[in-house]
Ligand binder design. Sequence first.
Ligand SMILES: [Zn+2]
Ligand SMILES: [Zn+2]
Length: 266
Amino acid sequence: MDIYIRRQASYNAGVDKLKSKQSATFALQSLNQLLWPAVCINCRESICETDKSLCKDCWGELISCTGADYCQRCGRDVSRYALVDGACPDCQGKEIHFDQIARSGVYAESLREMILAFKKGRTELDSTLGFLANAALDGSGFYNEIEFFVPVPLHWFRRLTRGHNQALVLAKKLKHPTAKISTDLVRIRYTKTQPGGVADVAARARNVAGAFAVRRGHQFTGRSVCIVDDIKTTGATLNECAKTLKEAGAAKVFALVLAVAGQNPA
Ligand SMILES: [Zn+2]
Ligand SMILES: [Zn+2]
């Protein structure tokens, strides 16, 4: 009986200790919330949960943008039952120079807003976008093959005016035990901002034709590389990068993007 009472007393003391620890943590969280109110990293609405970075609405939108199945050849939304020889109805017969693509979602709603803000310099979004990119990479099926991550390069003049290359910032957030980032793919021609939308496939391809090259001394020969970018619109830029890397001797070229444009969320 004595032992039981002692055990019970020590259990109660433990619970009390835990309760006081919890209330101290809660008080600290409330103080933090008062001094530095938590806001949604996307829309800046205030949020109560200190461990989440997005508000309920932005999370909801993000889930609807990132949930669908997609074609691993071109990245468009497609039911897995609509694939013929690994190609969806949209990309069948099209010349695609990269071997496979992984994407986080479609270019819409809160995902679109975060990508646009990230491009314009809100680099603090890198953790949330990095998390999404890593999730896409994990489910890609080519994760173990990657030897180099190659961010789509900006022309030096655009990098100077923008201050950062969002594809490189994103590549630095990718988690991989062995793959390294290579910046040996460069943009040798200043190109206008890609014209029009998804309808201007030919114009966009012409705009980036011959715009890329690899540096002397690159290590792409015989290697598997993964191009990294924020958005795929028609795929002209990714295609041209992949073509350049293959011509330089890369054995396999994959692509990883945050979002594919030109379609509605599923
Ligand atoms: Zn929000
Ligand atoms: Zn496709």
